[in-house]
Design a protein around this ligand. Structure first.
Ligand SMILES: CC(C)(COP(=O)(O)OP(=O)(O)OC[C@H]1O[C@@H](n2cnc3c(N)ncnc32)[C@H](O)[C@@H]1OP(=O)(O)O)[C@@H](O)C(=O)NCCC(=O)NCCS
Length: 160
């Protein structure tokens, strides 16, 4: 585990579609920071389902996100999360990730709390998420396991 000082961290709550990050790679203080390649590195190294996403797909997922949060330390992206929302009834959290070596120090909580506090999410009737291994993490953030509903998935045959 790597420890950090809170003042070394910068959390950015991006505007809808994250245009600065997506088009210019902007990071803290709106400076060019190669943000897309740093996000790709986090995706490739720290979550099993986000490995090998290409730049075009990462730009597309950012463009389609209502809110995105990046967490920076020493010029690297060490945390990420995003959400889609209709602004009133339903929102869904996606791709919540913290670098392995910095986990269990409250950073995942910061990312999710920043998403939930954003104006497009904070008044929504229900926020959904899907998780394979992180139920305890979401439980302590106020999410409840839903036993009444079934998760259905239709996968695209044409996905590249
Ligand atoms: C899930 C994840 C984002 C959590 O981030 P994190 O920074 O480690 O979480 P936090 O330190 O903010 O955790 C807050 C609390 O959640 C709970 N929690 C977090 N991870 C947990 C785990 N693996 N098992 C049990 N409880 C856990 C604990 O109560 C923890 O508080 P504590 O450390 O004081 O006990 C991180 O583990 C991660 O990126 N995992 C890989 C990607 C992933 O699976 N993401 C979830 C996608 S649905």
């Amino acid at each position: 585990m790597t420890f950090f000082k809170m003042q070394d961290l910068k959390l950015i709550q991006h505007a809808a579609g994250a245009p600065g990050l997506r088009l210019l790679g902007l990071g803290p203080n709106y400076l060019p920071s190669k943000g897309l390649s740093k996000l790709k590195l986090l995706f490739d190294q720290h979550a099993f389902w986000t490995k090998n996403r290409n730049y075009k797909s990462i730009r597309r997922l950012l463009a389609g996100s209502t809110v995105a949060v990046t967490l920076w330390r020493n010029g690297a992206i060490i945390g990420f999360g995003r959400a889609t929302s209709d602004g009133i009834y339903r929102a869904v959290l996606w791709d919540i990730i913290v670098s392995d070596e910095l986990q269990r120090q409250g950073l995942g909580r910061k990312v999710v709390e920043a998403l939930l506090a954003s104006p497009k999410i904070n008044k929504v009737e229900r926020v959904y998420l899907m998780t394979t291994n992180s139920s305890e993490f979401y439980r302590q953030l106020g999410f409840e396991k839903c036993s009444k509903q079934n998760l259905f998935i239709r996968s695209s045959k044409n996905f590249y």
